[in-house]
Write a protein that binds this ligand. Sequence first.
Ligand code: FAD
Length: 483
Amino acid sequence: MSSLAAALAQRIGAAHVATDASSCALATSDLFDWPDAAPAEIVIRPGSTADTATALRLLAEFGRSIVPRGAGMSYSAGVVPRAPAVVVDTTRLNDISIDAGNLTAVVGAGTTWQALAAALAPHGLRAAQASPVSGSVSTVGGTVAQNLPGGMDGILGLTVVLADGNAVCTGALALRGAPPFWRHMGPDLTGLFLGDCGAFGVKTEVALRLAPDRPGAFGSFAFESSAAMMAAMVEVAQASIVSRAFALDPVRTSTPGPAAAPRRREARPEPAWTLHLTAEGATVPAAEAAVEVARGITTRHGAEEVPATIPKALRARPYSIRGLVGPEGERWVPVHGMLPLANARACLAAVEAQHAAMAAEMAAAGVSTSHIISSLGAYITIEPMFYWRDALDALHLQHLSEANRARFGSQAPNQAARDLVRRAREVLSAIMDQHGAVHAQLGRFYRLGSRMEPGAAQLLHSVKAMLDPRGRMNPGALEGVQA
Ligand SMILES: Cc1cc2nc3c(=O)[nH]c(=O)nc-3n(C[C@H](O)[C@H](O)[C@H](O)COP(=O)(O)OP(=O)(O)OC[C@H]3O[C@@H](n4cnc5c(N)ncnc54)[C@H](O)[C@@H]3O)c2cc1C
């Protein structure tokens, strides 16, 4: 063990410091493959803000780079260092403190969304903050650090340990002696750290707004074309009547290749797109009235109503990482863009045209494609997804059942498909950007600094330089804002 590892072990406990090769490789793995990845030098698992601060002060003394990590469920290289770094695995930061009367909770950054939902259920409450489907394992801190389609309005405050080891509180957590119920007293310092991909500090605590678990109503609609589906989705979003809308298309495999189309979609009649809506209300009739308005919109766009099995199932079981790999062990990776409502239709048409242009190459490499298109507000998220048969990584295998590990654990590498998917993600991301897209989960994949107006980019750069003057906090994350 190096002198740094020994000093860390002395401060936070030897059981919470790892230097073995497999821990160091797993701690920097991502669901996609990044050729410039470097393994961790040391992995630490602090159990409190105080432990995190102690460890980061030591890392400042030793001049080491730091990569914060939740569950590693992102696929934009935010958890992947390019040079050896110390990974701060936050999953032991999992305390949950609920104040049901004030509709607030303060949770450790490593708390999973599912653990939070389970703790809130007996109170008839849920987080007001939107959360990812991966929430069975992904963490509140990971989501807060990289943002998500749905925004961050349910976050009230943070505790963040900065690169120099100082712990700072923001928003609701910054007011001495007051219940943490209000974010916006004075400038919004919480907002500074939301979506920073860990480049500004390690979040250790998150204060969240809670909301009553309200009744829902559901509707599912089949469309003959993507254009009709998108026109309906945009109009539903403009009417602000549903809490969630998402659309699926069938998986497209141009010719039977090494990657069979995932089975879960085979039963759906092609070429239908299906749009799935969930509305919430103070009462069931109020929620149903909202779906009825949406039904009028979808009918005008030529939809046929189908059983609302999918949105009901998602509401009953909101978190699962079954989709981490396809049903036949295919690797899976998406790319996304959030579009202004007026541009979504043209953007989807351009994305589909690009798929058509690449269809022969995709078929040759055994890559299948599909989309999730969703709306959680006045914008549309377009998310093309790729599936292909390939060797799986340690992070995939860690989350598979024993039976599936045995089935899929020794698949042969498919470098051609991987390279093609890498290129397709870049091309599709650029097409979405041409239509005005913005992105969550920037990591090291989506560009930020080069897209910003120069004054704004300089301000961001100055903030980074102030918080992390030696550029040790997640180097490479948030392209263009490194000190
Ligand atoms: C099956 C599946 C379904 C998914 N569904 C969704 C979805 O519905 N919506 C969606 O938006 N995304 C989704 N994702 C993507 C991903 O799971 C989410 O973005 C999730 O929020 C990532 O959380 P994590 O804990 O895994 O973060 P990680 O991947 O570990 O980290 C993400 C980023 O945050 C930083 N970070 C992590 N923790 C901290 C911390 N405590 N302090 C500072 N920085 C930190 C990391 O350095 C990294 O840059 C899905 C992924 C999978 C595999």
